[in-house]
Design a protein around this ligand. Structure first.
Ligand code: ZN
Length: 146
């Protein structure tokens, strides 16, 4: 769970495939299987709270991956909508027609659609390249597979 002021970090965690809801208010409780990312100093040191001190996205991501011991899996990149945090659903080329640019329809191998907002994602999109840069920043294996 990300607090409202960490919207950009939440989008990047979603890009990596993590369930990263953005909260309008701090939660009353944090469940066993949840973690709160916050910039509120008064929450620092509480169980299952990661206090984000740095301003830069790359630093924030490094911190979260390191403190939570995450191992982002390139296969899960773009498995969630960056805007809605919902798992995206695979669609076929015919369904993507009219929703993705023509050059993408001709070249992309697969397509996913967000059931919430209808946004289309495909391998090789700008965000995917960004994700690959990100894996380099985080010292992960490059995702040349697929
Ligand atoms: Zn969406």
């Amino acid at each position: 769970m990300c607090e409202r002021m960490l919207g950009r970090l939440a989008r990047w965690l979603r890009l990596l495939g993590y369930d990263a809801p953005l909260l309008p208010e701090p939660p009353r409780t944090i469940a066993e299987d949840e973690v709160l990312l916050t910039r509120r100093l008064r929450l620092q040191g509480r169980p299952r709270v990661v206090f984000i001190a740095r301003d830069h996205l790359e630093d924030q991501l490094r911190q979260v991956v390191s403190e939570l011991g995450l191992a982002p899996d390139p296969k899960l990149f773009f498995s969630r909508c960056l805007d809605c945090n919902l798992p995206v659903e695979p669609i076929d080329r015919a369904q993507a027609a009219g929703l993705a640019p023509d050059y993408v329809l001709d070249t992309a191998q697969s397509f996913n659609r967000c059931p919430g907002c209808g946004r289309i994602f495909w391998p090789g999109s700008h965000g995917q390249r960004a994700a690959q840069r990100l894996t380099a920043i985080l010292g992960l294996e490059p995702s040349d597979a697929d």
